[in-house]
Design a protein around this ligand. Structure first.
Ligand code: ATP
Ligand code: MG
Length: 378
């Protein structure tokens, strides 16, 4: 099996891989890039695995005139910058001892050890600089072809080493799994049995996975399975997955937005670490559910993107149809500019001024943005 792709053929990738192999070490593209190349999904970042130890990787890069940054030396990772692009080069590792949060690792000399500590067989694929694919575990290629997300080794044991793998299981299922084949009942049972262990995970790690899960084209089947396995309650306590499928249907090919999906599932965000902006937008989406604001008003108040999301979230949760031409109407509202300024009302100030501006704005919105300044003030 051989893969091709701009990401692999590019001078930068070839330089980094050859840097290792020409010095007598092994060097492979690994994980997501190989998986995605095999199934025709765009490759965003290229991770590299090698048997060279981090200090050697650093020295080889510097000798070749490349910048090398020790980004995660204790994890064995050096970032090499070639042609302006960063490559994470990680020394082969094996799991030695675990506390259920982060696997403690040691360096390893062989690719099959490195493969054995990875989470899913479809993520344990390696490629040489010439595109030759290596599947050291022997089942990764077949699993990927069947879109089967399968734990490397015993699911229960692997989950006990790192409970984040439960969430990653559903994430990869949403992104790359076969939606029609359903989820492997044995893996699902292992996830259900380990769900309590997720309570010790950091909010950052949970959120990073949830973001990707909910940004998948259709996360609904995976989230339904999470609910069924009792996993959802540990991520979004009180959340309800049932309207998610309706939302995805209403989106009808619109760019996925994880926060829109999160707003529909709802529940507490106590286990998450949202950015300030995400937290604010989520509140605004949830608040819009209670209102009767139409597409144009939502566009005006929230902007085109968030306004569209608010409309979709409300329609999904209330099971109401979307109004005709809603996208154009949201956009029209988003660019509308309220024509009255405070300086147009010189006789008022303080709370009176604010109240009058809001009253006029409401009239203007009710007129579908048609009334101009003269009509509003007249
Ligand atoms: P994406 O394209 O979404 O980034 P990815 O496969 O690169 O997919 P990452 O989360 O970036 O996913 O992880 C990179 C690789 O590291 C994975 O392919 C997997 O082999 C390994 N890995 C990451 N996290 C874990 C984990 N918790 N347990 C075991 N292996 C892991
Ligand atoms: Mg990645």
């Amino acid at each position: 099996m051989r893969i091709t792709g701009e990401w692999l053929a590019t001078r930068a990738t070839q330089r980094v891989l050859h840097l290792l192999t020409e010095a007598g070490y092994e060097g492979y593209a690994v994980g997501g890039c190989v998986r995605n190349a095999l199934i025709g999904v765009p490759v965003t970042d290229v991770d590299i695995a090698t048997n060279a130890r981090p200090k050697t990787v650093m020295a080889l890069a510097v000798d070749a005139g490349l910048r090398a940054v020790p980004t995660g030396l204790d994890h064995g990772t050096v970032t090499i910058v070639a042609e302006g692009e960063g490559f994470e080069v990680t020394t082969f590792r094996r799991d030695v001892e675990t506390y259920g949060r982060h696997a403690t690792i040691a360096f390893a000399d062989h690719m099959h050890e490195d493969a054995a500590r990875r989470d899913f067989t479809m993520n344990a694929l390696y490629a040489r600089a010439d595109g030759t694919v290596l599947d050291p575990l022997g089942g990764g290629l077949a699993d990927l072809a069947a879109r089967r997300v399968r734990f490397v080794g015993d699911a229960t044991a692997r989950i006990r080493e790192d409970y984040l793998r439960i969430l990653r299981f559903f994430r990869f299922h949403a992104q790359y799994g076969d939606a029609t084949a359903g989820i492997d009942p044995e893996a699902l049972a292992a996830c259900a049995a380990g769900a309590d262990g997720m309570d010790k995970l950091s909010a950052e790690r949970i959120t990073a996975e949830l973001r990707r899960l909910l940004a998948a084209p259709d996360p609904a089947p995976a989230v339904a399975a999470m609910a069924q396995a009792g996993v959802l309650a540990h991520v979004l306590p009180g959340g309800d997955h049932r309207a998610l499928g309706v939302l995805v249907h209403l989106e009808d090919g619109l760019e996925p937005a994880w926060l829109r999906r999160l707003a529909v599932v709802g529940g507490s965000t106590e286990r998450l670490r949202l950015t300030r902006r995400e937290a604010r937008d989520l509140l605004r989406l949830r608040a819009a559910i209670e209102t009767q604001q139409g597409p144009a008003e939502l566009g005006y108040r929230l902007g085109a993107e968030l306004g569209s999301s608010a409309l979709l979230v409300r329609a999904a949760l209330l099971e109401t149809p979307l109004p005709p031409d809603w996208q154009a109407r949201v956009k029209r509202g988003a660019v509308a500019q309220f024509p009255v300024r405070a300086s147009d009302l010189p006789h008022l100030d303080g709370p009176d001024l604010g109240a009058e501006l809001r009253r006029l704005e409401a009239r203007w919105i009710a007129s579908d943005f048609r009334l101009d300044k003269a009509a509003l003030l007249g």
